[in-house]
Design a protein around this ligand. Sequence first.
Ligand code: ADP
Ligand code: MG
Length: 483
Amino acid sequence: MTTWEPVIGLEVHVQLATKSKIFSGAATRFGAAPNAQACAVDLGLPGTLPVLNADAVRMAIMFGLAVDAQINLNSVFERKNYFYPDLPKGYQISQFAIPIVGMGTLHIPGQDGKPLAVRITRAHLEEDAGKSVHDVLPGLSGIDLNRAGTPLLEVVSEPDLRNAADAATYFRTLWSLVRSLGICDGQLQEGSMRCDANVSVRPVGASEFGVRTEIKNINSFRFVERAINYEIERQIDVLERGGSIQRETRLYDAERNETRTMRLKEDSEDYRYFPDPDLLPLSLDAAYIEAVRDAMPELPAARAARYERTHAIAAGIATALAEDPDVAAYFEAACVPGAEPKVVANWIVNDLAGRLNSESRAIAASPVTPQALGTLAARIADATLSSKTAKTVFDRLWSEGGDVDAIIDAAGLRQLDDREALAVLVRDIVDANPNQVAQYQAADKDKRKKLKGFFVGQIMKRTEGKANPKTVDELLIGALEAP
Ligand code: ADP
Ligand code: MG
């Protein structure tokens, strides 16, 4: 039996977060009424001329620098010619022979636990097309051209990926990167990032790649992984029955978890690319690129390393915080004086993330503010709260908001850490249970630990769970082990 090796390359369309379109002044805001944001230039009406948006260029350069890519000082816009109802011009302005960003590398954590360097072939600027709308007008299709002319950066990877999980991680790492750079809002459900997955399989050990198919327009990390896995299985199945794979474009149907033929693949010759006579070649000077480099924000990997280094936060947690700039901003705002960053980090990735997830809320709209979570952590650090009472305060903050200290006082949650008062209580409990004390003193080390739990339980009962467990433990050991 043959064992098969999948080969995967991704093409990701990143919608750049410019205020206006790539060749016109029309707005790019999401959710406007159909055709309210398409101007004469976007439609390619006679007498109009495209003018390149400098901000789109700056963003493409930022991306290139972030993946250590070659930035081409001279690049060319070309016309990609095809007919489609949502493309009134009859061509899309894109870059073909010479893109703005050349070969680079994106580093991702591989599924096998090792770092994986995925080569980026190129990233080029282009305009988006409009959208056909089939589900609004009964019996009719509508055309919404608001998206026509929206700036896209198409990021093409080399066929370096070997499994679907790594492909999903690559997509997610790109998402994190472009959000951290501030060049894309990363709203997958609004189409701000769309991924085409090229998939082939070959017998393990073969030197040539197999014939590939391309799955179009996948817009979630989960679907990328599922669609590729489905496609790998399908191709293996076809090949093992003696069939062959057709070079084609397929669509992923998330509801049925399957891919379907959409069209046979066109070759680039079919598009009759040629330099757009309306646009000059894009010519950049090296000083401008250096100016963009100087203004680069901290990137997720560097940020995660900083969290590990300065706060001794575990790598996995540091990555989770740094991956999303909104989460990173929340974390940094929550590290108020008195709060331990490590404790803050744990609360964010566990309790807060869990709650946000279950209610599908973004962290920027968290009902618990970073300042409140930071104060909560500070009250754990100064022993006002135990881990149990802290959860109660967190629940209150989530449902009602308010001030941490006010909640602690109103609910009488202040932890008992008065050593003298606790010592009296410990003495009381020890004196009231002579049998357990005798058992304890006769027991070995392991058993003692368990028997001590009995006394802790009694003390917590008397203090309604508010005694500082560390102090109680110290006092108990003193009382039980004294002669
Ligand atoms: P096209 O012109 O059809 O877009 P490209 O050569 O630009 O083709 O490749 C597009 C994508 O397909 C790239 O991401 C590349 O890594 C990937 N790719 C190329 N060959 C294969 C293959 N045999 N199997 C899987 N992916 C591939
Ligand atoms: Mg392609």
